[in-house]
Design a protein. Structure first.
Ligand code: TGC
Ligand code: FAD
Length: 391
């Protein structure tokens, strides 16, 4: 018997260092997170602040960034780490993605030296948490239409607006807020670092989620939030700035979503081998085997694509369209795998005793955030035809 990873000899494509990092993250995730995840999901809680220093100690926060206390690992290593975290739960990977790929990356790419020195070492250690406020109630897929405004008042900036669906929003110390500014008479989107204790900033945790329950999601309100001149990320200019951060987080999801799929497959195969129906194990029926074979094939193809994109990214040669292709493929196939696995588990599949429906429900969010599946189809369609079908 082989695992789905052994079937495709995935380990043979990794270096010793890559396997070592992956295994260390898997050990951490299985020992510290997996025993609690079903309870966190059921309760709709995630102890982000308690876990952050532990994730920081393992080097998982801003793992792919250089300097400022960050681990400076390769893109492929970061992807493999995301996969092990998401094999436990998409909420865990989400917390790490938002901290490292979004909030820290925004500061690393577009911040001043003072901003980097102030925030990055604390965030890498998990002593400070960040969030990334791009989406608004009326502007999700089309963030370029955002209504949040930052206006000059003397040397200060004054921010007004609201953000929605913001991961880590109500537990963050600093919010990276994207806002429209007036620059020489032209509207330009820029990023601002908003310490969450600033008067006029408020965050309200969102409840009643049926997906990503082990993750903090919040609405943010900015009501005349007055910030000093140096709160702006000086190198941020235009929608390309937040989108540049999204490319980093989307890359992590290419690997991550396959971790959830792999976990579904592993628990389903184990179940099918022991569950007896009509007097023999479910695994011995052709219909079950056809399902497992097709799912394993999609997992393997997705994993090979993820590694190919990781290698391209490590050579600084990956394009946003290639990242879109990977994000679309991994999330779409992972959710199909999770739902198909659920059928094999029968009624047991609808409980939290097995990870399968939890993963499937989480993957609804993963399919939607960081660009919906349709947005990535349109990105690929535009690249293939030169025709923009967004508008
Ligand atoms: P468009 O004209 O296509 O682009 C505007 C400028 O941005 C550049 N660009 C990119 N740069 C870097 N990386 C990318 N992926 C980029 N995509 C585009 C582009 O070259 C252009 O640059 P310039 O210099 O010419 O100005 O803009 P558009 O308004 O037509 O929109 C394109 C579209 C729809 C693809 C984009 O708006 C989009 O990606 N929408 C989806 C929004 C999204 O993904 N939101 C995610 C919010 S964060 C989140 O969900 C966190 S979830 C938690 C977790 O990660 O776990
Ligand atoms: P909409 O944009 O309203 O889309 C609705 C439907 O219309 C989708 O099917 C979409 O594909 C489709 N659609 C949109 N445009 C087109 C088009 N041109 N042609 C055809 N179909 C189209 N955002 C942040 O900024 N920071 C975060 O930390 C964050 N965390 C999140 C956490 C969770 C759990 C979730 C669920 C979301 C999070 N988001 C975050 C928001 C997320 O990025 C958005 O939900 C996503 O970008 C989609 O926006 P929307 O929900 O407004 O959907």
């Amino acid at each position: 018997m082989v695992t789905v990873e052994e079937l495709f000899a995935i380990d043979s494509l990794l270096s010793d260092d890559e396997r070592e990092i992956r295994d260390a993250v898997a050990t951490f995730a299985n020992q510290r997170l997996r025993p609690h995840i079903a309870d966190w999901f059921e309760e709709g809680t995630f102890p982000a602040r308690e876990l952050a220093p532990q994730l920081g100690e393992v080097g998982l926060l801003g793992m792919h960034l250089e300097g400022y206390g960050c681990a400076g690992m390769s893109a492929t290593m970061y992807g493999l780490a995301c996969q092990e975290l998401e094999a436990v739960d998409s909420g865990v990977r989400s917390m790490v993605s938002v901290q490292g790929s979004l909030a820290m990356t925004a500061i690393h790419k577009y911040g001043s030296e003072e901003q980097k020195q102030q925030w990055l070492p604390e965030m890498a250690a998990g002593r400070a948490l960040g969030c990334f406020g791009l989406t608004e109630p009326d502007f999700g897929s089309n963030p370029g239409g955002m209504r949040t405004r930052a206006k000059r008042d003397g040397a200060d900036w004054v921010l007004n607006g609201s953000k929605m669906w913001i991961t880590n929003g109500s537990v963050a110390d600093v919010a990276v807020i994207w806002a429209q500014t007036e620059d020489e008479g032209k509207q330009v989107i820029r990023g601002f670092l908003v310490p969450t204790g600033t008067p006029g900033f408020s965050a309200r945790e969102m409840h009643r989620k049926l997906s990503l329950r082990a993750s903090v999601t919040a609405e943010l309100d900015l009501d005349d939030v007055r910030l000093p001149a140096d709160a702006v990320l000086p190198e941020s200019r235009g929608l390309a700035s937040p989108l540049g951060c999204l490319s980093e987080a989307r890359f992590g999801i290419i690997f991550g979503a396959l971790g959830a799929a792999r976990d579904c497959l592993a628990s389903t195969i184990e179940y099918a081998r022991t569950r007896e129906v009509f007097d023999k194990p479910l695994a011995g029926y052709q219909l079950t085997q056809a399902k497992l074979a097709d799912m394993a094939l999609e997992f393997g193809k997705g994993q090979l694509l993820a590694l190919h994109l990781g290698r391209l990214k490590d050579r600084h040669a990956v394009t946003p369209e290639q990242v879109s292709a990977g994000k679309l493929n991994s999330t779409r196939e992972a959710i199909k795998i999770a739902r198909e696995c659920r059928t094999i588990l029968g009624a047991n599949g609808i409980t939290l005793d097995y990870p399968v429906l939890r993963h499937a429900n989480n993957l609804e969010s993963v399919l939607t955030y960081e660009g919906t599946a349709e947005v990535h189809q349109l990105v690929l369609g535009r690249a293939l035809t030169d025709a923009n079908a967004f508008r």
